[in-house]
Ligand binder design. Structure first.
Ligand SMILES: Cc1cc2nc3c(=O)[nH]c(=O)nc-3n(C[C@H](O)[C@H](O)[C@H](O)COP(=O)(O)O)c2cc1C
Length: 158
């Protein structure tokens, strides 16, 4: 089981509790140039930026498909999503969900965690165990149901 990264899950982490959160989930197709080094670069840039802007989430990468869950203050998520959408390292971006509500974070301990497809159900099941608000529980159940029927490739609607 993945462990929270040191320093991010401590009580000083911004908005660790229930708060107004802007949440975006999307799928996209990685460009051919994205190899392990490029992926590592994306994740380390994301972790540095997100940690300074109260953004948490996960990035799932499998067979050339990205699925990202971003959660944080609206003022931080909207401009970041504009940059991500223009990033030439992926295309065919499909928004799966975008909402804003008062709730707990799904991934309070991860500024941006790269999760392999084989770990996603385990990560989401653990999130479900720890979740204490109805919105998070419903969101995780929906994601788990989608993944059990079609996997990531089905979610991209190509
Ligand atoms: C799939 C994917 C996910 C990304 N996720 C993040 C992220 O969570 N946070 C972040 O700061 N940059 C992320 N990036 C990188 C941004 O697209 C962008 O390169 C970065 O914010 C720097 O922006 P700039 O090149 O306009 O300065 C991601 C890129 C890709 C391709």
């Amino acid at each position: 089981m993945k462990k929270p990264r040191k320093g991010v899950g401590d009580p000083s982490w911004p908005e660790h509790d229930v708060a107004m959160l802007h949440i975006v989930t999307y799928c996209s197709r990685a460009s051919e140039s994205v190899d392990a080094a490029a992926l590592g670069h994306i994740v380390s840039t994301a972790q540095q930026y997100n940690a300074c802007h109260g953004i948490t989430g996960i990035l799932v990468f499998s067979e050339g498909i990205f699925l990202q869950w971003l959660e944080g203050p609206r003022d931080a998520i909207i401009p970041l999503m504009k940059r991500i959408a223009k990033d030439p390292r992926h295309d065919g971006l499909v928004m799966l969900n975008e909402l804003e509500e008062v709730r707990g974070r799904m991934f309070p301990n991860w500024s941006m965690e790269l999760v392999h497809i084989t770990e996603i159900c385990q990560v989401l099941s653990r999130t479900l165990e720890l979740a204490n608000d109805a919105a998070t529980i419903q969101a995780v159940r929906l994601l788990l149901a989608d993944l059990s029927t079609g996997g990531l490739a089905e979610l991209t609607l190509h």
